[in-house]
Design a protein around this ligand. Structure first.
Ligand SMILES: [Ca+2]
Ligand SMILES: [Ca+2]
Length: 252
């Protein structure tokens, strides 16, 4: 059995030597918005001036009137990374609530917008809307959050999966923030924008975005999931073969 053990140790050591648990530069670091605007659902007018607004009007049900769009870069996240947690934070400028509760939620958004674009369809009821699937990350306020306070959208599987897909794709993350619940009348929340500086800018924070990556230029894009499975399967296969041969008495 000694030979089997030595063989296993050699194989595992070889694979351990060949692989490298790569930690991304953006682990736990504040990742500031690269662009941010708010858009009117009714007119598609884009505003990039002093704040980000999220608003809704309730005449029986809460309908979104102003949507905020924010972009982040995830270019420093290695392909195939697993992200443990991801949160999106904003600094409140001020609020105008006619009552409570007020709920906000994050959505996927397309990338085809900029701070000077004049026509972006943000109405989710429109098939051409830039606002996509819900990211299952929401906040409900039973009292207006204080001016200058920080609000943080919590991590979710959908948010992490979306960030991972963007990191594996075009590295540009676009997120829409909508009002999904509001009392009768008009409710608005104004947030600081990235032009206000990094002390108040929208921030994406990702914890432990890591990837197992080969120290091999041919596989340096980190797409090596099959390799990792091989590293597990091969020693098991050798172990089983040796076990069978030993039972048959073909090896000592
Ligand atoms: Ca802006
Ligand atoms: Ca994208």
């Amino acid at each position: 059995m000694k030979k089997v053990t030595i063989l296993l140790v050699i194989i595992i050591a070889l694979f351990y030597y060949a692989s490298d648990n790569q930690v991304n530069a953006q682990d736990g670091q504040p990742n500031y918005a690269t662009a941010d605007v708010f858009v009117s659902v009714a007119t598609d007018a884009v505003t990039d001036n002093n704040n980000l607004r999220i608003a809704g009007s309730n005449g029986g049900s809460c309908s979104t009137t102003l949507v905020t769009l924010v972009k982040f870069s995830v270019s420093e996240i290695v392909d195939s990374s697993v992200i443990d947690t991801a949160t999106v934070s904003f600094t409140v400028q001020n609020t105008g609530f006619a009552g409570t509760p007020v709920s906000l939620a994050l959505y996927e958004a397309g990338d085809s917008w900029g701070e000077s674009d004049l026509a972006i369809i943000v109405d989710p009821a429109d098939a051409n809307s830039i606002v996509g699937a819900a990211l299952n990350s929401s906040l409900t306020f039973n009292a207006p959050p204080g001016d200058a306070s920080t609000i943080q959208f919590p991590t979710s599987t959908q948010l992490r999966d979306y960030l991972r897909a963007q990191a594996d794709g075009d590295d540009v993350v676009s997120i829409a923030v909508r009002m999904t619940g509001c009392p009768t009348g008009t409710s608005i929340i104004r947030l600081e924008d990235s032009e206000g500086g990094i002390s108040v800018a929208p921030v994406l924070t990702m914890l432990n975005p890591t990837a197992i990556q080969l120290n091999n230029t041919e596989a340096s894009d980190g797409t090596n999931t099959s390799f990792i499975w091989l590293a597990i399967a091969l020693p098991l296969f050798v172990f089983m073969v040796v076990l069978i041969l030993r039972r048959r008495g073909q090896i000592a």
